[in-house]
Design a protein around this ligand. Structure first.
Ligand SMILES: Nc1ncnc2c1ncn2[C@@H]1O[C@H](COP(=O)(O)OP(=O)(O)OP(=O)(O)O)[C@@H](O)[C@H]1O
Length: 341
């Protein structure tokens, strides 16, 4: 659906050239929700803006739905852009227009006739759950409602792709979740391919199928969300995964356990999908001469199944503990030894 080949963006500034995106190759399949995560300045906005040529790459090709956007003439590009909707952190609504007229705007530009336009707007209002607010102005709406208008407007011309530029960063956690649910709903109902950028792992965890981690203009790690959660390789990725797994409470509990179990071995188990449901602890106790104390556990839903972390202290003979850990690893559960006695 989308492929980027050796994309580079160099901004010429008065202090010299700034490389915002530094040789990115990426393939996004149809119907996928693809998340790009990175800290501020990593180059995420520049990258997503190159997917609809709001920013022209200095080098490389951007192919969307079979068309090489880097090579299109202005009229062809305008047409291609109708297949790519976009939503923004600060909504970018027209403040002097009502909800209805904001959503109708891209249809007016595309030359859609009034009766058809009105019909389409009604469908979109229903789709995003804004019935009853048609005649309100953006200033009369909550943040979540404003983003719903942004989504409806982005979908007006039936795009194949939706780009989300930090679309929930200005929203509180509850509203964030309702907008993320709406994006999943749209993805499933319309088969829309969604690309989002964010600095929050929660967003990736909740809705993405695939994730790419960006640092200094490059993608340092990418893959299916469940795999990246199960076994993050790069330091940056580990930091992001910790946003989900290692709350302050966990760190405090682990510190306590280290003091309380001086003879034990503290391990963190990480499981995804079906592994999370297997009776692993029972098997450990049954097969090995070890004591297993559960310190803290957390099961979280990810887009495709569940993801769990469990902190346990194993006490017993050193060799027996070693065998128990090897057994866990055989079950394809990730084991990180936190501290030795
Ligand atoms: N128009 C521009 N002119 C000059 N430099 C730019 C421009 N746009 C972005 N940059 C620089 O490119 C780098 C990447 O910026 P970008 O906004 O893409 O990162 P980001 O990951 O989206 O971060 P943020 O979330 O803070 O926007 C930064 O060093 C930024 O200063």
């Amino acid at each position: 659906m989308i492929s980027l080949t050796e994309i580079r963006k160099i901004f010429q500034t008065k202090n010299g050239p700034v490389t915002a995106v530094d040789g990115i190759n990426l393939t996004i399949n149809e119907g996928e929700i693809y998340g790009v995560i990175g800290y501020s300045g990593a180059g995420k906005s520049t990258l997503i803006r190159m997917l609809n040529m709001l920013e022209r790459p200095s080098e490389g090709d951007v192919v969307v739905a079979g068309r090489n956007l880097s090579k299109l003439k202005p009229t062809e590009l305008r047409k291609a852009r109708q297949e790519i909707g976009m939503i923004f952190q600060h909504f970018n609504l027209l403040w002097s227009r009502t909800v209805r007229d904001n959503i109708a705007f891209p249809l007016e530009i595309a030359g859609v006739k009034k009766t058809e336009r009105m019909k389409r707007v009604d469908e979109l209002i229903k789709l995003v759950g804004l019935e009853g607010r048609e005649e309100s102005y953006p200033s009369q709406l909550s943040g979540g409602q404003k983003q719903r208008v942004g989504i409806a407007r982005a979908l007006a011309n039936n795009p194949k792709v939706l780009l989300c530029d930090e679309a929930t960063s200005a929203l509180d956690p509850k509203t964030t979740d309702s907008i993320l649910d709406l994006l999943v709903d749209i993805n499933e109902r319309l088969g829309l391919t969604i690309i989002l950028i964010t600095h929050e792992m929660h967003v990736i965890r909740k809705i993405c199928h695939q994730v790419a981690v960006m640092e200094a203009g490059k993608i340092v790690e990418q893959g299916p969300v469940r795999e990246v959660f199960r076994k993050p390789k790069e330091k940056m990725t580990k930091e992001f995964v910790k946003q989900i797994t290692e709350t302050d409470e966990t760190v405090e509990a682990v510190d306590h356990m280290l003091a309380d179990y001086p003879d034990g071995q503290l391990v963190q188990l990480t499981f995804v999908g079906e592994e999370a449901e297997r009776p692993l602890i029972t098997q450990l106790i049954r097969h090995f001469d070890v004591e297993v104390n559960i310190i803290q556990g957390k099961l979280t839903k990810i887009q495709e199944g569940s993801y769990g972390t469990l902190f346990v202290a194993l006490t017993g003979d050193k060799e027996e503990i070693g065998k128990a850990i090897a057994f866990i690893r055989e079950k394809e559960v990730e084991v990180e030894v936190i501290a030795h006695a």
